[in-house]
Design a protein. Structure first.
Length: 137
C-alpha cells in the first residue's frame, strides 16, 4: 500500500503563497501584474510564512533557507500602513528560533500570539524538527 503524506502547510493568515508574501512586503497587493523582485526567496526556500493580526494591525514572520543559511524576516504595522518596506532578512539559527516565548495554557502573550493557532503549531513543529539536541529542554 502506497501512503503519501500531505505536504506540511507553510503559508498562514494573509499569506497564501510566495507571491502574496512578496506583495505584502513590496506594496504590490493591488497590482494584478505584481511579481516578486529578483532575489526574493523561491517557494522551495520559504519554510514558513505567517501574517496575523486584527482588523487594523498586523505582524508577519517569514523563515527561509538559502545556500545553507537560515533567515528570518519580521514586519508589523498599525492601521495606517502595511508591511511595505520592511523586508529585511536577518541570519538566524534553529537554536535561536527555539528561544522564542512559547504559548502556555491560560496565557495570552507569546511569540505570534495574534496568529492562527495552526500557524503557531506549525512554527513550533518546524523549529522542534530542526533544533540541535544541545538546546532541547
Amino acid at each position: 500500500m502506497n501512503i503519501t503524506s500531505k505536504p506540511a502547510m507553510k503559508y498562514f493568515g494573509h499569506f497564501s503563497d510566495r507571491r502574496t508574501v512578496a506583495a505584502e512586503f513590496y506594496n504590490g497587493m493591488y497590482s494584478k501584474n505584481f511579481a516578486p523582485p529578483e532575489g526574493f526567496p523561491s517557494d522551495d526556500e520559504i519554510l514558513f510564512a505567517s501574517y496575523g493580526g486584527g482588523d487594523y494591525d498586523g505582524d508577519a514572520v517569514v523563515i527561509y533557507e538559502r545556500d545553507g543559511t537560515l533567515y528570518e524576516v519580521h514586519g508589523s504595522h498599525c492601521s495606517c500602513y502595511g508591511l511595505e518596506g520592511q523586508w529585511e532578512p536577518e541570519a538566524t539559527t534553529w537554536a535561536a528560533l527555539s528561544l522564542r516565548l512559547r504559548p502556555k495554557a491560560g496565557e495570552y502573550y507569546h511569540y505570534m500570539h495574534d496568529h492562527e493557532s495552526e500557524a503557531v503549531e506549525a512554527y513550533w513543529a518546524l523549529v522542534e524538527a530542526h533544533k540541535p539536541d544541545a538546546v532541547v529542554s
